[in-house]
Design a protein around this ligand. Sequence first.
Ligand code: ADP
Length: 577
Amino acid sequence: MLLTLIRRYSKPYLPQILAVIVFQLASTIATLYLPSLNAKIIDEGVSVGDTDYIWRTGALMLAVAFGQVITAVAGVYFGSRVAMSMGRDLRRDVFRKVSSFSAKDVNSFGAPTLITRGTNDVQQVQMLMLMGLNFMVSTPIMCVGGIIMALQEDLSLSWLVWVSVPVLVAVVGYLVVRLMPLFRSMQKKIDAINGVLREQIIGIRVVRAFVREPYEVKRFGAANKELTDVSVKIGNLFVLMFPAIGMILHLSTAAVLWFGGERVDSGDMEVGALTAFLQYLLQILIAVMMGTFMAMMIPRASVCADRIGEVLDVEPSIHDPQAPVTPVEKKGRVEFRDVTFKYPGAEEPVLSNISFSAEPGQTLAIIGSTGSGKTTLVSLLPRLYDVASGDVLLDGVPVTELDRDEITSRVATVPQKPYLFSGTIEHNLRFGKTHATDEELWDALETAQARDFVEEKSAGLDRRIAQGGTNVSGGQRQRLCIARALVSQPKVYLFDDSFSALDVATDARLRRALKDKTKDATVIIVAQRVSTIADADQILVLDNGRIVDRGTHEELLETSPTYQEIVESQLSAEEVA
Ligand code: ADP
């Protein structure tokens, strides 16, 4: 997968990559050329006192060094740009893919891992591409070129190369092999810390309420200690790594000077050749070291690439039809025909044989105990899930044959868990209709009984909303979500238990105001409180995924035992209160 990803994402940047290769080639050749020039100055200039030669070769050396710097900088500059661009493209594609996922696809991965895959995993692959582009070309050339050049300077010292390189590979390789599993385990420990922290932050109220802090502190402490242990082990190996590399480099230097010195003494080798040989050996060793470091990154990046590939390869289970149908009329008529639905992996259907229709201008209410399938039912219309059998129709056309825009422009959902995005109130309200006037926004707020608390603060519509809407109360969040739906002026309103966080009086006022605003639209209300739905045109009583009774409030009071039960339970609760 790693190769496939690299191949796919490098394609648009081939010219730049070619430039990087050329620059690196030039800079590597210049680097390899410098020590031999140095040797020439010493052996053919200094030793015979030829000042002219020294000046000429010195000037050449300066030019080569200058060229080396320029090409190296250019290579790193373009290499980094390309690597970062490839990472950006990859991240963008992961994001787009995840955005196209249906609720089912997201569930099958889980949100946290999708986040890690889109950020950390992409980062790892990006790092490898960065290292690859910066060192892939220069490292092997430096190794091979360095060896050739070193041998040219002096053949009889070549055994020093054949000894020091394998020793370095062995030492660095051994440490890398020991480090790899530790790195992998460190990722897992970081995941564990994130998990505990995330749960604690989200559940902070419950933790406080049940005085679970000591337990949670212990749990975090354990996860923290595990991470520390692994980090310390990694640290211990790193402590060895640099002195070991340093020792090999210094021992090699000493050996070259020792054995080379003898040869210089006996007149078999010149001083310049000796310094050049030494520089080549160091260049080779550094290149080998970089190569080993890079090799170390490959397995980790490869795991990450696989994880990214899994996301990119998903064919979204819900996609737009090939040939979308445009309905003749766009009034917002909703019809369910014998709908059965099962969650992926579940054995029993959550909804069975659901049939009903809701007309524009009417209010349809759905009531039933927790877990009876109400939320599931309303999520079928905006195609969060597709039905197993039967049909969900909007204006007479099955939703599976409609373009998704066609659905979202006409259906507005106020979800059970009201969610607001970070930004201002205004920004949130304009979600369904970007060009709504301020008047429309205030009007929607007024209907949603949210005008007062928006006006209360001087910032008004510009008041900041935190991610998820956590800086306003639950009831305020619900009302803002209702206002957001109102602004988009849809043909169909889906209120999924959207009045539960409101007190009875506000609930009543809101529904009265809504009635007027939604008189041409189809309104579907999921509710817990009987009082919320008593004046609906039609009430469906849901039990265990089936419609057990239907009718108006009065009719159901007469005929439906389940409905009577619900009414009685709430009456007694209110009486008690
Ligand atoms: P209600 O809104 O009436 O409380 P839901 O529609 O939320 O009921 O849930 C109906 C049933 O479907 C429940 O038994 C629940 O366990 C199951 N269910 C809900 N969401 C999922 C899901 N994402 N995956 C699997 N089962 C689910």
